[in-house]
Write a protein of this length. Structure first.
Lengths: 337, 337
DNA sequence: TTGAAAGCGGTACCAT
DNA sequence: ATGGTACCGCTTTCAA
């Protein structure tokens, strides 16, 4: 078992002090160390395949150069894509990313945050779960920089990068209305998260703007914990009501995926039997027989901005919060009629 | 800016030594420290919201409890799913996962590995890229534990968890043969990676076993770097040859996704105009009008085993290598005729 | 130009 | 039962 080589090992071999080795290896040309010594040290370092121990550097500097990324589920394509973007952006700033999946569960989220705080991450990017307000407030109290993405808590001042959920939901609902649908159902998560409420509000106000009364029986909420079955039940309810809906707005891509499967199972055809719009894209939609009208989020921008804000905050902690509400775009396809 | 609280802070407040605080906080009941003092220390620690600095612990113990995960692309659902499983399994062993995407690029892979070695990760789980043999050998030289997944280098002794690519490819090709196809094209990556070669070998030997001569013009290889266009070109070539193929075997799900899009664009119908089989599943296939016969990998098992082997290796470095070749299963659907 | 030494936050051996 | 202290590997001040 060959132990890792440290500055001390190099110093011993080169017959110089540890400090000298450190200077040579970190300060490049203008280290103040003489040419001969420098060369010797460099040579030995290379021979020994020296690698600086970043744990020690971190302890010394108080900076870990690690960012904690907490999402609902890293295997969800939406978050996986964000993760990739964040990875790339973080790397540009010399940060490494550790990730954790909260499963939309506040306890798991709390455990993850604590774990990563102990690991001295320099900051967090978090898609916060319902009920995680305390955790977020605690981060603030501890002066640990963080940026919320995808969702945020309006009652808590913080950095965040989200999209204008209200507007996007309004627009996509309008699209259904414009194509002649006035009986529109909505499938949402049963969640108090602001972004979800905003999507519902967008839906509601779009209807009202056209003078249509919002029917709460048409706003269906499903539990994270029982997703597949719940979607199935709720979609059927919407379609078998005394006055069935002619269109459904799915407020996330995961909901849509299971919703579309339900629609298929019921032998209904989009858009002839039923119109459909979705918040978010999904690779799977590319293969659906009917191209799906949906809201497309600017993932790249979200990731870039989140990192930029975070790194900024890490470097200059006095700064005020950055609150970004990006525009999402409506991608019009063939699923509305 | 409130600094983080350390043992020293608690010691000062409690008027005891740092050592005492450490004992109380780490050794629980049988710390050897008296009840009164223990309680006082615990109380103050709680008040001050003390969090052990794991960087310091790591420096001291030489263990970071971090595992480096290197995949081709974390946003690829295959790897995102694996990542999630690895995250969960790692957590059971108290490990945190940092990840990096290599983009199938040996240089990036090397940079990532070096970065994470400097960060003192306790071990790696790697889906190695083409040309990364040197890096793997270096890890061995440095006695850094690692497990290869998805692919491995047969010429390098190491831990790995893969599936039996040859057998799976053989089986899935056989399925095409059994359903009456004898003119079968293959779309693969242009790569020397063993798993890809094994898939091609499975295809070839399945043909030969039925007395069909392998036509190298029907084995098409596409570049990672030019995926979409290349798939389009090669699929067209297969279909517009003097003797066109009646079936195509896509050796990964990403290839299949673009291949199916090409087939759609050419206005061909699966399976009537062309039969299709795929190595790996994809959520997108659920929405394809024709359910796709494919190879399903035991992702959960791969992730679990990879972590188990890795953690074992970390704890008992003398152990011999574990080489796992798991069984993949053939999921028969309707895309062959 | 070079080096001694303090210190980052813990842990654990050895005293007392 | 409690505490002094060395050490993990590195950086940086201060002195020589």
């Amino acid at each position: 078992m060959n132990k890792k080589v440290s500055l001390k090992d190099i110093a011993k071999r080169a017959q110089v002090s540890i400090a000298t080795v450190s200077y040579v290896l970190t300060k490049g040309e203008n280290s103040g160390i003489g040419y001969e010594v420098s060369e010797k040290v460099k040579k030995i370092a290379a021979e020994l395949n020296y690698r600086p121990n970043q744990i020690a550097q971190s302890l010394r500097s108080g900076k870990s150069y690690i960012i904690g990324l907490i999402v609902a589920d890293i295997s969800n394509p939406f978050f996986a894509n964000i993760a990739r973007i964040i990875e790339d952006e973080a790397k540009k700033h010399n940060y490494t990313v550790v990730f954790g999946s909260s499963d939309e569960n506040a306890t798991k989220s709390s455990d993850l945050i604590n774990l990563l705080v102990n690991r001295q991450v320099d900051g967090f990017i978090i898609a916060p779960t319902e009920g995680s307000q305390e955790q977020i407030i605690n981060l603030k109290k501890q002066n640990i920089p963080f940026v919320l993405i995808d969702r945020h808590f309006p009652e808590i001042e913080s950095n965040y990068v989200t999209i204008n959920n209200y507007k996007a939901a309004f627009d996509v609902t309008n699209r259904l209305l414009d194509t002649g649908n006035s009986d529109i159902g909505l499938i949402a998560y049963s969640s108090d998260l602001h972004h979800m409420k905003e999507r519902i509000r967008g839906y509601s106000e779009a209807l009202e703007a056209k003078g249509i009364k919002v029917d709460n029986n048409r706003i269906k909420k499903v539990a994270f914990s029982n997703l597949i079955e719940d979607v199935y039940i709720k979609v059927r309810e919407l379609l078998s009501a005394p006055k069935p809906v002619t269109a459904i707005f799915f407020t996330t891509n995961t909901l849509a995926i299971h919703g579309l499967k339900t629609i298929d199972k019921l032998n209904l055809k989009v858009p002839n039997d039923i119109s459909v719009v979705v918040f978010d894209a999904a690779e799977a939609f590319d293969f659906y027989y009917c191209p799906i009208t949906h809201i497309k989020q600017p993932l790249l921008k979200i990731g870039k901005q989140a990192i930029d804000i975070l790194v900024n905050q890490i470097n200059t902690p006095e700064k005020k919060y950055s609150k970004l509400n990006l525009k999402a775009i409506l991608v019009e396809k063939d699923s509305c009629k």
